[in-house]
Design a protein around this ligand. Structure first.
Ligand SMILES: [Zn+2]
Ligand SMILES: [Zn+2]
Length: 165
């Protein structure tokens, strides 16, 4: 969803509200890395304060991930509010806000980027999840196995780390 910023910049309105529901695009979807993502609902407004444009927005969505340790499905609801300053690319302080290259703001892109910063670094079904045995693959939450942890070749430890990413 594109929002034309010209009427606000030109002073015709001092506020513009928006509401949208959209699906993550393929690129954002890959970066989220979930099994399933619901449509993302967002609602907010753009207003001018002084010479500056600000976006305030609320968004929410539901996700299904695999537990990083045991692969069980984990459902997660992410919901947040944010406020950000809009800046044009010819401004010097371009790292202190959201860069808009034209007079149209892409709400989908803005909310998708914001959402990515709220995906937890590690997703586990339970803080105490025991994960899968690195040797036999058994789910250690359900049962113990007979593998002796002390015998794990350090090279497999490295592989285990790779798989948990
Ligand atoms: Zn787990
Ligand atoms: Zn085992």
């Amino acid at each position: 969803m594109l929002i034309n910023l010209s009427p606000i910049i030109n002073g015709r309105y001092d506020k513009e509200t928006f509401e949208d529901t959209f699906n993550l695009n393929v690129e954002h979807g890959k970066r989220v890395g979930a099994l399933h993502v619901s449509p993302i609902a967002c609602k907010g407004e753009i207003e001018i304060m002084g010479e500056r444009l600000y976006v305030t927005c609320h968004y929410e969505a539901n996700f299904t991930f695999n537990c990083d340790r045991c692969l069980k499905e984990v459902k997660l609801h992410i919901e947040d509010d944010f406020k950000t300053k809009l800046i044009t690319t010819d401004e010097e302080e371009s790292y202190d806000g959201y860069v808009v290259e034209t007079e149209a703001l892409d709400i989908v892109e803005l909310v998708s980027d914001e959402l990515l910063t709220h995906i937890p670094f590690q997703i586990v079904c339970d803080e105490d999840c025991q994960g899968l045995c690195a040797t036999c693959g058994k789910n250690l939450n359900e049962d113990e196995c007979n593998c002796d942890d002390a015998n794990i070749d350090p090279r497999f430890e490295v592989l285990k780390d790779l798989f948990s990413e």
